[in-house]
Design a protein around this ligand. Structure first.
Ligand code: FAD
Length: 410
């Protein structure tokens, strides 16, 4: 895939050793006690947020594979750091979308604050009647001079309650086929007419929300891409979402699989010998699958050209969502009858912030993982994308593709 022009600026020839030394310099300047926001700010200024980004915009115009040098160096210094952690949707999806389609003013206003987590962002695509078929959505924006007036409703909006800005996809022309009548705006979530209501999940938490718009006014300058080009912009967001959700860069054996191995160590003596042998096989198989996923992500990263990911990004999303569910299912099986009760520490309180759910207990992880094969596009949709756009298999039946949106029966 040809790189996006915005990523081609300032290609330089820094080596791995240069990148490591640059990262060390940031670590020393901020100090081990330095606040996370200061550390992220310094990484951004040094071009180490995402080394493949242009110089002056969080990067150095390097090959994306060199980002692993930054992360390795930070980890070796003992500093806890997850590149997306403070603002998963903003950093994983908003940042590349604004970088690709935003003006210089958008870049100056938003990019760094997204990366530092000073401005949390959310994604407002899904609607009550349009999730997988998001291109058919119904929320409308009508132009009024230098502003657009938005009415409608979004649903499942993760983190809307803590977000300063939202990526908003709305219909601006109902008289053309569904993919062609959409536009994409940056919405200030504090605008009058935006109402956010929590939606509670099976976990007891409420990560996501319903968001209602009543005559919400958005300045025209908040448009990303041209009027009617919203589907193209949204595709960039979605492709990045799949990579953000699907690609782990943790060290070998870390993350969810570490939790499972630890649990296995604690529980195995409680099992009968035959059950223990079967369970050992299951845990081992999952460890191997986790490692294969990790190495595949690393290989894909090293080989990736600069620019936005393509449909192949759905591979990691599909595989990791299903692996996650198998890991937590196995954890519950290891707990036996104890799995029927919530453990001490299980919180039914709504999480603050937009990430960092490291304190989740096993049963909460198990319940939360049911969403993995739905959020960011269901596994069925991932298989469709991979089948059609990567393997070149015949396409899904799309009877409404060329019909004006207004004429599609709802
Ligand atoms: C935890 C979580 C967080 C979320 N956060 C956000 C967010 O921040 N912002 C946002 O905009 N959305 C968010 N979503 C919504 C998510 O993107 C949608 O739920 C998802 O795209 C599926 O849409 P749907 O729920 O309307 O299901 P539907 O589209 O109605 O699908 C129902 C079933 O039909 C299947 N199906 C549908 N179409 C096809 C097809 N063409 N081929 C084969 N099978 C098909 C699906 O796989 C599914 O099994 C979130 C969802 C979850 C669970």
């Amino acid at each position: 895939m040809a790189p996006d022009p915005c990523y081609e600026v300032g290609m330089s020839t820094l080596t791995e050793a240069n990148v490591e030394a640059r990262t060390q310099a940031v670590l020393e300047a901020v100090g081990s006690e330095g606040a996370d926001v200061d550390f992220r700010s310094a990484l951004w200024d040094a071009g180490l947020a995402f080394v493949q980004y242009p110089q002056g915009k969080g990067g150095l115009g390097l090959a994306p594979g060199l980002q692993s040098v930054v992360e390795r160096t930070i980890r070796a210094a003992g500093r806890s750091f997850h590149p997306l952690g403070v603002n998963v949707i903003g950093i994983g999806m908003g940042l590349p979308t604004v970088l690709t389609y935003g003006s210089d003013d958008h870049h100056a206003k938003h990019l760094k604050r997204i990366f530092t987590g000073e401005d949390i962002w959310c994604q407002m695509f899904s609607e009550p009647t349009h999730g997988s078929d998001v291109a058919g959505l119904m929320s409308r924006a009508v132009r009024d001079g230098d502003e657009w007036i938005v009415n409608g409703q979004k649903v499942w909006t993760s983190g809307a309650h803590v977000s300063r800005y939202g990526m908003l996809l709305v219909r601006t022309d109902p008289d053309v086929p569904k993919h062609k009548g959409l536009s994409y705006f940056i919405l200030d979530m504090e605008s009058p007419g935006v109402e956010i209501r929590p939606l509670y999940q099976i976990t007891g938490d409420a990560e996501f929300n319903e968001v209602f718009f009543t005559d919400v006014r958005i300045p025209h300058e908040n448009l990303l891409g041209a009027v009617g080009e919203g589907w193209r912009v949204a595709t960039t967001t979605l492709m990045n979402e799949r990579v953000a959700l699907g690609g782990s860069t943790l060290p070998r054996g870390a993350g969810n699989i570490a939790f499972l191995v630890d649990l296995w160590e604690k529980r195995r003596t409680d099992l009968a010998p035959a059950a223990a042998a079967l369970m050992r096989d299951r845990v081992t198989r999952l460890w191997v699958e986790a490692e294969v996923g990790r190495l595949t992500t690393m290989r894909a990263r090293a080989a990736a050209a600069s620019g936005n990911p393509g449909p192949e990004g759905s591979t990691g999303k599909l595989a990791s969502a299903e692996l996650n569910q198998r890991i937590w299912n196995t954890g519950m099986d290891l707990m036996g009858a104890d799995a029927t009760m919530h453990e001490p520490g299980y919180s039914l309180v709504r999480e603050e912030g937009s990430g960092g759910r490291a304190d989740y207990t096993l049963s909460k992880q198990f319940l939360r993982s049911q969403a993995n094969t739905i959020e960011g596009g269901t596994s069925d949709i991932m298989r469709n994308i991979l089948g059609e756009r990567v393997l070149g298999l015949p396409g899904d039946v799309r009877v409404d593709k060329n019909v004006p949106w207004r004429e599609i029966p709802s």
